[in-house]
Design a protein around this ligand. Structure first.
Ligand SMILES: NC(=O)c1ccc[n+]([C@@H]2O[C@H](COP(=O)([O-])OP(=O)(O)OC[C@H]3O[C@@H](n4cnc5c(N)ncnc54)[C@H](O)[C@@H]3O)[C@@H](O)[C@H]2O)c1
Length: 254
C-alpha cells in the first residue's frame, strides 16, 4: 500500500508480538508510527530498529488499562500531529487462566480492562483526532476465543474479546457520520510470546494446535499485519463494522 505517506498511526502494545510487526508494516507503507507499550526500554529499542529501516517512529509508554494515562497520552500524540489517521488497538492478552469457581473479581476486572476497557479508552480519546484524519479508521482485536469462548480457563478472555467484537460494531455505527471506519481482526493462533507459558510448560499441547488448523501451521505476526495494512488502506474504504478472521481455517472440525 503506497498511499499512506503523511499519515499517523498509533499502535498499542507494539513493543513485541503482533503489534511490533504491525508497526513495521505500517511504517513500510509510509505511515509515521507511534508505538505504545509498558516496557520502555524495549519500546525505545523498537523505535531504533524501525528508524534504521527508514521509518519515522516514536514511542509513548503508558498502560492501556489506566484511563487517565490513555487519555492524556492520546491527547499528547493527537495534539503533536494535529490528527490521528489510524488507531490500532492491539494491546491485550490472556492475563493468566482461571476457572470460574475460583476466579477472583480482581482477575475478572483485569482481563476485561486489558482487552475491552483499553479499546474503549483509546478509541474515545482518539475520536477528536480521527475526525481530522484522512480515510481515518480504528482497528480492534477480537479473537477466535471471542467466538468459541476460549480454551480451558480462558473464559473471561473469550468474553472480553466477544465484547470487543460488539464494541467494534457499536463504534462503527457511532462514527460512520464522520467517515471514520471501525473494523476488527480476529486472529487464530499466532506464534508470539502470547503463548510463551504453554510453549514452555506443555510443548506437546502447543505442538498439537496446528492439527486443528486447515493450513496445518500456526500463523505468523506478519500475516496479521498484512491484513491490517489492507484494512487501513484506501482499498478498504468501503469496509466498516467488519471482523476478519485470520486463522488459516482454524476450528472447522478437522
Ligand atoms: N497470539 C495469538 O494467538 C492471538 C490470537 C488472538 C488474538 N490475539 C490478540 O492479538 C493482540 C496481540 O497479541 P500478541 O500475540 O502480539 O501478544 P503478546 O503478548 O506477544 O504482545 C502483547 C503486547 O501488548 C503489550 N501490553 C501488555 N499489557 C499492556 C498494557 N497494559 N498496556 C500497554 N501494552 C501492553 C505487551 O508488552 C506486548 O508488547 C492481543 O490483543 C491478543 O489478545 C492474539
Amino acid at each position: 500500500m503506497s498511499n499512506s505517506k503523511g499519515k499517523v498511526a498509533v499502535i498499542t502494545g507494539a513493543t513485541g508480538g503482533i503489534g511490533f510487526e504491525v508497526a513495521k508494516r505500517l511504517g513500510k507503507d509510509g505511515y509515521t508510527v507511534v508505538l505504545n507499550g509498558i516496557e520502555d526500554e524495549a519500546g525505545e529499542n523498537r523505535v531504533k530498529e524501525l528508524t534504521a529501516l527508514g521509518i519515522t517512529a516514536e514511542y509513548y509508554g503508558f498502560d492501556v488499562t489506566k484511563e487517565e494515562e490513555v487519555t492524556s497520552n492520546i491527547n499528547k500524540i493527537g495534539n503533536k500531529y494535529g490528527k490521528i489517521d489510524l488507531l490500532v488497538n492491539n494491546a491485550g492478552g490472556l492475563g493468566g487462566r482461571s476457572r470460574f469457581e475460583e476466579m477472583t473479581t480482581e482477575f475478572y476486572r483485569f482481563v476485561m480492562a486489558l482487552n475491552l476497557d483499553s479499546t474503549f479508552f483509546a478509541s474515545r480519546a482518539a475520536i477528536p483526532f480521527l475526525k481530522k484524519g484522512t480515510n481515518a479508521s480504528i482497528i480492534n482485536y477480537t479473537s477466535i476465543a471471542g467466538w468459541n469462548a476460549g480454551g480451558p480457563g480462558a473464559g473471561i478472555y473469550g468474553t472480553s474479546k466477544a465484547g470487543v467484537h460488539a464494541l467494534t460494531r457499536a463504534l462503527a455505527k457511532d462514527l460512520a457520520e464522520y467517515g471514520i471506519r471501525v473494523n476488527a481482526v480476529s486472529p487464530g493462533t499466532i506464534d508470539t510470546p502470547f503463548h510463551k507459558e504453554i510453549k514452555s510448560t506443555k510443548p506437546e499441547v502447543f505442538a498439537s494446535w496446528k492439527n486443528n488448523i486447515l493450513l496445518g501451521r500456526l500463523g505468523q505476526p506478519e500475516e496479521v499485519a498484512s491484513v491490517i495494512s489492507f484494512l487501513a488502506s484506501d482499498d478498504a474504504a468501503f469496509l466498516t463494522a467488519e471482523t476478519i478472521q485470520i486463522g488459516g481455517g482454524q476450528g472447522l472440525g478437522i
